[in-house]
Write a protein that binds this ligand. Structure first.
Ligand code: ADP
Ligand code: MG
Ligand code: ZN
Length: 503
């Protein structure tokens, strides 16, 4: 391509606090009863006195620490003045000059690219405007008004639609690990706006970091992106649209565009006539904030292991495939369940003096059964340890049984399903259901005799040198025993018969 995209994201995230940002109303953006969680403060009545929700401040600082930001020693709230029906005060309490965090970065996992973060600040959400179809009025729901909202702004370092989507995904994962927000895009808990411009490739070569800003093309801002898919598709579309304009010798107009999900196109909403003048000024009813080092280092100590570190550790400690690691760490609960199971296994491995090599195999088996079979039983529902009917102890026992009793995968699946449905111990189920392997030679010989009697053709084929006739006969024995025949003994007995013509 002749043009290089430059993309900067502005991402709003609703914080997971108990109460709202400046009052004690319940913070629940999913409340369905309109105007339930409201008070004079979040309704913006005259003469109100807001107070700062310190929990929200802590969550933003934690995010900043996790994203390698500089944390402000002093910070303050300011009034951003504008009129809109969803903003009853006529101003939004936000931050302008002194954001809580600035100058950080996030690393995109697939290509290790550093995307710089310009700032992260704290503000309040607005009310929700509802426009009933076919009516000539609008409704206002204030449940969302005053919910703590974090805004994160990146530098225009993102260079493709895919990178933008990955940035948003990784950010969501980090926020979930931190417990800052569920950041569910479909629920509006995380909202992405994308700024996109194109620059001719040759221009980039004379790039000088001080002049970088001048080297950027005219940007277009896309709003209403409420899924990862929409982020990717809208940016792809916009890159194509702008390329076409430039190739035809035209100029891109600086404007705000919306995303039409159904048509798969962006459309002009408004052109930027002049820069907005919000007349920011310090919020006179809130004191400036000061953070000492203890406060910050305390928060730093509370940070959990983050996705990036966990990815690396899972690679080193367990030697799993990158795709499996990705599924495990994409859900903190699932990765913790996996590790609890492994630690149960390690205890058993020590007790039984199992070799390192076989331990590695057990880890693989655990990851395979957890990711394909156990998640399969959930039928697409996200994994949650609290709701998952199999304890890590039982899951570990299940793995040891597969290993010790050499269970066929067919039997293992039946056993796991039974554990999932009944919550019983795997060893109890094995006994009750007679799922154990048939190793007894006498029993196996009898079954082989029947199979042989019914499959004379396969016997002849084998004698003519057709190797797969043996596989076929093995299959028949397995069928007779519902997968319970011990494969090694069966094979040995079958070969004995085929080579000696007797059972
Ligand atoms: P505005 O003043 O129009 O809001 P900002 O400078 O505050 O613009 O930047 C807002 C977002 O747009 C940031 O994420 C920034 O990285 C991005 N951005 C700014 N200029 C460009 C550009 N030319 N191309 C792509 N993104 C840009
Ligand atoms: Mg801006
Ligand atoms: Zn309130």
């Amino acid at each position: 391509m002749d043009y290089m995209p430059k993309i900067g994201l502005e991402i709003h995230v609703e914080l997971k606090t108990k109460s709202k940002m400046f009052c004690s109303c319940v913070n629940d953006s999913q409340e369905t009863e309109p105007n339930k969680n409201i008070c004079p403060i979040c309704l913006g009545h005259p003469g109100i006195l807001p107070t700062i929700n310190i929990e929200a401040v802590k969550l933003v600082i934690k995010t900043g620490l996790a994203l390698n930001c500089k944390i402000a020693n002093t910070s303050k709230f300011e009034r951003k003045n504008y009129f809109y029906p969803d903003l009853p005060k006529g101003y939004q309490i936000s931050q302008y000059a002194d954001p809580l965090c600035k100058e950080g970065f996030l690393i995109i996992p697939s290509n290790n690219k550093k995307i710089r973060i310009r700032r992260i600040h704290l503000e309040e959400d607005t009310a929700k405007l509802i426009h009933p179809e076919g009516e000539n009025y609008s409704l206002l729901d204030f449940n969302r008004a005053g919910i703590p909202l974090m805004e994160l702004v990146t530098e225009p370092d993102i260079e493709s639609a895919k990178e933008a989507k990955e940035f948003a995904r990784e950010l969501q994962l980090i926020l979930r690990y931190l417990g800052v927000s569920d950041a569910d895009m479909e629920k509006g808990q995380m909202r992405v706006e994308a700024n996109i411009s194109l620059v001719k490739n040759e221009k980039l070569e004379i790039k000088n970091s001080n002049l970088e800003k001048q080297n950027l093309g005219t940007k277009v801002e896309i709003k209403n992106l409420n899924s990862f898919k929409a982020v990717e598709r809208a940016i792809e579309y916009e890159i194509r649209r702008q390329s076409k304009i430039l190739e035809d010798g035209g100029e891109v107009i600086q404007e705000t565009r919306g995303w039409d999900e159904k048509k798969g196109i962006t459309f002009s909403q408004r052109e930027k006539e002049e820069a907005h003048d919000y007349r920011y000024f310090p919020e006179p009813d809130l004191p400036p904030m000061e953070f000492n080092e203890d406060f910050i280092s305390d928060l730093k100590n509370q940070l959990p292991e983050l996705p990036l570190q966990k990815r690396e550790r899972f690679q080193q400690e367990y030697g799993l495939l990158p795709t499996n690691i990705e599924i495990l760490i994409s859900n903190k609960d699932l990765s913790e369940y996996f590790e609890k199971t492994i630690s149960e296994l390690i205890a058993w491995v020590k007790e039984k003096n199992i070799s390192k090599e076989n331990y590695q195999k057990l880890v693989q088996i655990t990851s395979n059964y957890l990711l394909s079979e156990a998640l399969g039983l959930l039928g697409g529902k996200p994994f949650s340890e609290k709701e998952f009917p199999i304890t890590p102890e039982n899951f570990a026992e299940f793995i040891t049984i597969i290993y010790e009793k050499n269970l066929s995968s067919k039997i293992a699946k039946i056993l796991l399903k039974e554990m999932f449905e009944t919550k019983k111990d795997p060893s109890d189920i094995l006994e009750e259901k007679e799922l154990t392997q048939i190793q007894d030679q006498e029993t196996l010989r009898n079954i082989i005799a029947t199979v042989v009697a019914n499959n004379q053709k396969a016997i002849e084929d084998f004698k003519k040198g057709k190797e797969n006739a043996l596989q076929f006969l093995m299959g028949q024995v397995m069928k007779e025993t519902k997968g319970r025949a011990d494969p090694e003994t069966t094979k040995k007995l079958l070969l004995d018969f085929l080579n000696n013509d007797k059972i």
